[in-house]
Design a protein around this ligand. Structure first.
Ligand code: GLN
Length: 499
């Protein structure tokens, strides 16, 4: 019986290509078949880059034919959130504003995966400009959660999580400003990591909140995510992103180190947070038990200012978004309203027609919050809260190596079920603080909810630049949870056969 691509890990695909068990072009074709078969249900993709995929795969096969050593992700199918530039594709940010925007160059994060031999399958859906937690605010179409097509995949990297969960690709990149990699990973039952701020270059990724944004990988296994991260940091600091830092860590080498004797923090009061579902609470206890069974010490810690994180984030993030999105003025970038008599009219109509509702809401909020008199009342205190939260983490990480907490207060919900924007903002309660402090965080599938039968992810957070060690904890959790490599039911094996 031929294997299907979705059964294989990134390492197995690269090894199979290197040994000649199958060619990279065969893998690319299998991924294209899987996408053709499955994406009508998930609608995870905005563009499928068939030509680029086949050309990249052919280059890998040519290397092998020439007897050269193959790179670590040789032939591995990947796709990218559509806020990342890839030459030969459009970069739309799921917005009418950039509907026809052709990538003028390739983002560093994308290029590094290509340099590692990965096969680019295309661009993935997202909430418009990454504002949101459902992917329903894409200007083009919603994406469906592979675990239930009436459900949201989460967001804003919902296309990335859904494509991975449905086995359309092995790996995807997402971006995380307030939880946008981890929350959809949790809702779709896959692994998603937000590395420490500065670990992955954002050059060529359309900015949302520049002091918060971080790019990271999603996969069905911790090992796949670790391999992707190795590729993302290979080549060192990117001089084209001033926040990028050199990162010498090997994310694979210590993956299976024992966690015996290590300390994992829990924050009991978080489990009493309003809106936290009973099944997520049960899953968190289970995760703690699983880590304890492997010899970790579970220690109570507190992040006293975390309660203010949402308020601070929804001041800082809109302010930065307002500043970053000012460039879409209908002149140089993006949609340009035709036939306007004056420049002012052209700018205002281009922005009014180019942006959808949530993008407008964020920018108007940012403009207001930065205006004189208001700035002192909100932006300044939000920055002070940021300092306090960062100090809370520093204190906690003196006592523990990682902190365990939920990723999302609930499992996936139905499209349109939450219409109040503030209610959606509140659901970011567990993810936002690590963007505020800049430390690393990952979501790992733990179990299916006892009531819903839907995946629940646990979040592990670690100190800044301890990303490799965080992955060791994530791997320990994965090992004990038997969710590794899971493809959403109903998708496994649909197309994507490898001869
Ligand atoms: N849900 C958060 C927001 O809407 C996070 C988004 C993100 O991380 N890009 O701002």
């Amino acid at each position: 019986m031929p294997a299907t691509l979705d059964q294989l890990s990134a390492r197995q695909i690269a090894a199979g290509v290197a040994s000649g068990a199958f060619s990279a072009v065969e893998v690319a074709q299998a991924a294209l078949d899987a996408i053709a078969e499955r994406d009508a249900d998930t609608q995870a993709f905005l563009q499928v880059s068939e030509d680029l995929a086949l050309a990249a795969a052919a280059r890998v096969d040519a290397l092998r034919a020439a007897g050269r050593a193959l790179p670590p992700l040789a032939g591995v199918p990947v796709a990218f959130k559509d806020n990342m530039n890839l030459l030969g594709t459009r970069t739309t940010c799921a917005s009418h504003m950039l509907e026809r925007y052709e990538s003028p160059f390739t983002a560093t994060c994308v290029q590094r995966l290509l340099d590692a031999g990965a096969t680019p399958l295309g661009k993935l859906n997202m909430d418009e400009f990454a504002f949101g937690s459902t992917t329903d605010s894409s200007a083009f179409h919603p994406t469906n959660n592979p675990w239930g097509l009436a459900l949201v995949p989460g967001g804003s990297s919902g296309g990335s999580a859904a494509a991975v969960a449905a086995g359309e690709v092995t790996l995807a990149l997402g971006s995380d400003t307030g939880g946008s990699i981890r929350q959809p990973a949790s809702l779709c039952g896959v692994v998603g990591m937000k590395p420490t701020y500065g670990v992955v270059s954002r050059y060529g990724v359309v900015a949302f909140g520049s002091s918060l944004d971080q790019v990271g990988p999603l996969g069905r296994r911790v090992e796949d995510v670790a391999l992707a991260l190795n590729a993302l940091v290979a080549g060192g600091r990117d001089p084209r992103d001033s926040t990028s830092q050199a990162c010498e860590q090997d994310f694979i080498a210590h993956l299976d180190d024992p966690i015996e004797g290590r300390h994992v923090g829990i924050i009991p009061s978080l489990l009493e947070a309003p809106g936290l579902s009973a099944e997520v609470r049960v899953a968190m206890r289970l995760a703690a038990e699983r880590l304890e069974a492997q010899g970790a010490h579970i220690v109570e810690v507190s992040l006293p200012n975390m309660a203010s994180a949402i308020a601070a984030y929804y001041v800082i993030a809109p302010c930065e978004a307002f500043s970053n999105l000012a460039r879409f003025d209908g002149v140089r970038y993006g949609y340009q309203e035709p036939g306007c008599a004056t420049l002012a009219k052209q700018t205002s109509l281009s922005r009014a027609r180019g942006f959808d509702q949530e993008a407008k809401r964020r920018q108007m909020l940012g403009a207001y919050l930065l205006s004189s008199g208001v700035y002192e009342q909100y932006y300044l205190p939000a920055q002070k809260v940021r300092t306090l939260i960062t100090a809370d983490y520093q204190r906690a990480f003196e006592r523990v190596d990682a902190i365990l907490m939920p990723t999302s207060p609930t499992v996936a919900w139905e499209h349109g079920a939450i219409s109040d924007p503030a209610a959606l903002y509140l659901a970011d309660v567990f993810t936002i603080s690590s963007n505020i402090a800049g430390n690393c965080a990952i979501s790992v599938p733990v179990c299916l909810g006892s009531e819903s039968g839907l995946p629940i992810g646990a979040q592990l957070q670690g100190p800044s630049f301890a990303d490799a060690r965080l992955l060791t904890f994530a791997r320990a959790l994965e090992r004990s949870c038997s969710m590794e490599g899971l493809v959403a039911p109903g998708f496994a094996g649909r197309g994507g056969e490898l001869a």
